[in-house]
Design a protein around this ligand. Structure first.
Ligand SMILES: *[C@@H]1O[C@H](CO)[C@@H](O)[C@H](O)[C@H]1NC(C)=O
Ligand SMILES: *[C@@H]1O[C@H](CO)[C@@H](O)[C@H](O)[C@H]1NC(C)=O
Ligand SMILES: *[C@@H]1O[C@H](CO)[C@@H](O)[C@H](O)[C@H]1NC(C)=O
Ligand SMILES: *[C@@H]1O[C@H](CO)[C@@H](O)[C@H](O)[C@H]1NC(C)=O
Ligand SMILES: *[C@@H]1O[C@H](CO)[C@@H](O)[C@H](O)[C@H]1NC(C)=O
Ligand SMILES: *[C@@H]1O[C@H](CO)[C@@H](O)[C@H](O)[C@H]1NC(C)=O
Length: 784
């Protein structure tokens, strides 16, 4: 990567002056206040006002927390959510293409009483111009060779009478975000999922890849990384198809009707999507690490987005291309079991040969993209809290690959709107928020988390000082299965809130969302707008929604024209009842972390998680030679995405010893964390007691203790940032959480250690053990 010009923050933020507060520069005041004890006393006074109504009747919050909670539970409506869903999905809203949707969103938020504005960034981005995928066959007659078109893909999804979104004149063509323009004609090779190990298997089998086109199936890893590895191995183009074998039980092959007649995938459904090298750096690839404001210097994009063309294709149109490989090259059964999983097109006559296609059978892949620098529009709404330097950010992206996007992302947009409308009602009823809440409707998430990344890069100094947590909702609803990933300090918040919100599933009367949910919380990877908050700014983040998959839920036709309002109303969430529930969860989670005197972060849970992560690293080290068999889809993806080095560098035993040191540091952190949580619990109790006005010194002391405790919580996650960044991807600075280098979505824990072990580089592993040790010690000092 080119060197970064960004001013990097240090792990200790006290005294840093924020560059600018979103609405005005006045807020510079806040950060200085942090380091100035006099102002801290003033802030303490604000606290008095904020949560002890008994002594200051004029400034009291007219609502108790219970009353606020009641409003946030009562206000969200399925009907309204359906209305917002219909609005957002009625026209195309590709990143940077629909200012009126941003303005509409801003206007609604303002109407509901949340002061909002549109914030623009000038970003480097591509739009589709033209495309072609054709199968060409050579024929010889009378000594002359001619190339005939054996199959010309339409690259169009079927227009369905039942679903008006699919018939829009201005629907978005199938293409890949940040893909390279090019026109290549060559033999092609089936590369399975295109994971690192899939390509290794091909190399080992001496399949010639150079100069060929890769035919990869979707799934397992982030699509851009399939293109990345193909490019690195000298391939000249990539076609990525959807294999219905990955749809589980609900397939045409198993007798399910396809959309719109049933829950199975429509055969013409195409997955659009970004092919940015997401695990290297998200955001505008020309301004890595700093905001894309007009006139800023721009860096070359090499190594961040592909240089070879790529296009997506439906399974219906992939069939003839796959069948032309029948009988050519090894069959996937001659490879290993990872090549024969989920093969869903055998019933259509596909034999899954690897190829290459014979010399006389080639693909023409033509992809023309227009690259431009154009504005993207985030909408930012703010509710001022009483405490200026404790801030919660809540976000959802608005842009979609298609005119629809009823699941991704506009179920989330409908949900955040309902949450905001509910907070508006609370403000009307006299609620005075304790902490500041910032709502964001991001643009450009789909291309590479662009709108959120640029915003975080712009406000980094302020966020570093003030941001307590970031809450993300991307796909708010696409099934009845709740799912979440989070920084461990926020686990408890998710459990607490889901236990309060009733589930729309009342099979057992009275059951809550928590009762129906298996309670699994994943680690933070990437693939949505929390990335810049968690991995770049060190802000504890969570991401949630009814986005899980169950065996019998209808197939979600991700990034296709069939992620439409019609699909959502008929299959995804009839009646928009889960939309309502998700809005309740989002609003309550926001309220809980913004309103309780002690911030709802749990340090013990972080310590427990860290201990588990060190153990995971030990297990990985122990199984280095045995290669334990992965079982779950995620494990398989991670296992197959490993870039395994050949020669051992350094001393594994020394590294093993350093892990013991990490365990010791984590244990110390744990002691301090338990103490901090205990203190928080006791302060929390005291904060609820009535203190008579004449005991004002006692009260001031209490408030000071609360404030300093909250500040400690706020700083814990920051301690895990390493200025130098991860190996080969310095934008990623969190030493505990990052997307896997070759998975892109899935969260890797202790990426520095895990990658070093994969590479068998124990010199580097030791380096990372030291870096992580320093971070843990810093965190311990922070909370003591
Ligand atoms: C923007 O979105 C709205 C609402 O979905 C839609 O009506 C309009 O046609 C879109 N505008 C453009 C320029 O695509
Ligand atoms: C793409 O390349 C092929 C052969 O190299 C050529 O026949 C065709 O016209 C090209 N297509 C475009 C749109 O340039
Ligand atoms: C690999 O394939 C090339 C031709 O593509 C051939 O020259 C070479 O001998 C093969 N190597 C092995 C080990 O099979
Ligand atoms: C929030 O506070 C700032 C000043 O600190 C002020 O300019 C802004 O108008 C306030 N917003 C609302 C909605 O009160
Ligand atoms: C509904 O709740 C019941 C009882 O908890 C559970 O067994 C079932 O899986 C749930 N169904 C869905 C679709 O969530
Ligand atoms: C923090 O989590 C621990 C372990 O999960 C729990 O025992 C403790 O009560 C929690 N403390 C707070 C303040 O939430």
């Amino acid at each position: 990567m080119p060197t970064e010009t960004t001013p990097l923050i240090t792990t200790v933020q006290v005294g840093v002056v924020p560059r600018r507060y979103p609405h005005q520069t006045v807020r510079r005041f806040c950060s200085i206040a942090l380091s100035c004890s006099l102002l801290a006393v003033i802030a303490t006074f604000l606290w008095t006002v904020a949560f002890n109504p008994h002594s200051h009747p004029h400034h009291q919050s007219h609502l108790t927390f219970e009353e606020l909670q009641a409003i946030l539970l009562e206000t969200p409506s399925g009907e309204k959510a359906g209305e917002w869903s219909q609005y957002y999905t009625s026209g195309p809203h590709l990143a940077g293409k629909n200012l009126s949707q941003a303005e509409w969103t801003r206007d609604r938020w303002n109407e509901w009483g949340i002061k909002s504005e549109v914030v623009a960034y000038e970003t480097y981005i591509n739009y589709p111009v033209d495309h072609r995928i054709a199968l060409l066959e050579k024929s010889k007659s009378k000594g002359t060779e001619t190339w005939n078109v054996a199959f010309e893909a339409t690259l169009e999804e079927d227009v369905l009478e039942e679903d008006p979104t699919t018939a829009l004149e201005d629907r978005v063509p199938v293409f890949h975000g940040y893909s390279a323009s090019g026109n290549v004609t060559a033999q092609y090779v089936y590369v399975n999922y295109g994971t690192y190990q899939d390509f290794e298997d091909l190399v080992k089998a001496n399949i010639s890849l150079e100069g060929k086109i890769a035919l990869a199936r979707y799934g397992g890893i982030f699509r851009g990384l399939k293109v990345k590895r193909a490019q690195e191995l000298g391939m000249i183009g990539t076609v990525i198809f959807t294999d219905p074998g990955d749809d589980g039980e609900i397939t045409d092959e198993n007798g399910y009707k396809t959309y719109p007649d049933g829950p199975a995938r429509n055969p013409s459904s195409v997955q659009r999507g970004s092919v940015q090298f997401l695990s290297i750096a998200p955001g505008d690839p020309t301004t890595i690490g700093y905001p894309s404001k007009p006139g800023v210097p721009r860096q070359p994009v090499d190594g961040k987005i592909p240089s070879i063309p790529s296009l997506p294709i439906s399974y219906a149109e992939a069939i003839p291309i796959l069948k032309s490989l029948n009988g050519h090259g090894p069959k996937s059964t001659e490879f290993n079991k990872y090549w024969t999983r989920n093969q869903g097109l055998e019933y259509k006559g596909v034999e899954y040969n690897i190829g290459p296609s014979p010399e006389g059978v080639v693909l023409n892949l033509y992809n023309e993209q227009e690259y431009t620098i154009t504005p993207m529009w985030d909408v930012i709404g703010i509710i001022n809290g009483t405490i200026p330097d404790e801030v919660i950010v809540v976000g959802n992206h608005r842009d979609a690959w298609i005119a629809g996007g009823a699941g991704d992302p506009n179920s989330g947009s409908a949900v955040i709107n309902e949450a905001i409308r509910s907070f508006g009602k609370a403000l009307e009823a006299g609620w005075k928020p304790l902490r500041t809440i910032v709502f964001a409707s991001w643009d450009g998430e789909e291309y590479g988390l662009v709108g959120s990344t640029e915003w975080v890069e712009e406000y980094l100094p302020w966020l570093s000082v003030a941001n307590v947590a970031y809450i993300n909702v991307d796909v708010g609803v696409r099934s009845p299965v709740f799912s979440a990933s989070a920084a461990p300090m926020l686990n408890k918040l998710i459990y607490d809130v889901t236990a309060i919100v009733p589930s729309p599933n009342q099979t057992i009367p009275g059951q809550s969302v928590r009762d129906v949910w298996d309670g699994h919380i994943s680690t933070m990877g990437s693939g949505s707008d929390f990335t810049a908050f968690q991995d770049f700014a060190g802000i504890p983040s969570l991401d949630m929604g009814f986005g899980g998959q169950s065996k019998d839920s209808p197939v979600y036709q991700y990034h296709s024209n069939y992620d439409s309002y019609h699909w959502m109303s008929e299959f995804g969430d009839p009646g928009f009842v889960y939309h309502r529930t998700m809005a309740q969860i989002l609003a309550l989670a926001t309220a809980k972390i913004s309103e309780t005197p002690l911030v709802s972060l749990n340090a013990t849970d972080y310590a427990t998680a860290l201990k588990g992560y060190v153990t995971q690293v030990e297990e990985k080290l122990a199984s280095l030679d045995s290669d334990a068999e992965p079982t779950t889809e995620t494990e398989i993806a991670e296992f197959r995405a490993r870039a395994v080095g050949a020669a051992v560098k350094g001393d594994p035993a020394a590294f093993k010893f350093s892990l013991e040191k990490l365990h010791a540091s984590v244990a110390k952190f744990r002691e301090a964390a338990i103490e901090l949580d205990a203190k928080s619990a006791s302060l929390s109790e005291k904060a609820n007691e009535h203190i008579p006005w004449w005991k004002w010194i006692t009260k001031l002391k209490l408030l000071h203790a609360i404030r300093s405790t909250n500040t400690k919580y706020k700083k814990i996650e920051r301690a895990f940032l390493y200025e130098g960044g991860l190996d080969g991807r310095s934008w990623f600075r969190h030493v505990v959480f990052a997307p896997g280098v070759w998975t892109g979505y899935a969260g890797a824990v202790f990426p520095g250690l895990v990658e070093s072990i994969d590479n068998k580089d124990f010199v580097n592993a030791l380096k990372w053990a030291d870096i992580i040790d320093v971070c843990i010690r810093t965190a311990t000092k922070t909370v003591q």
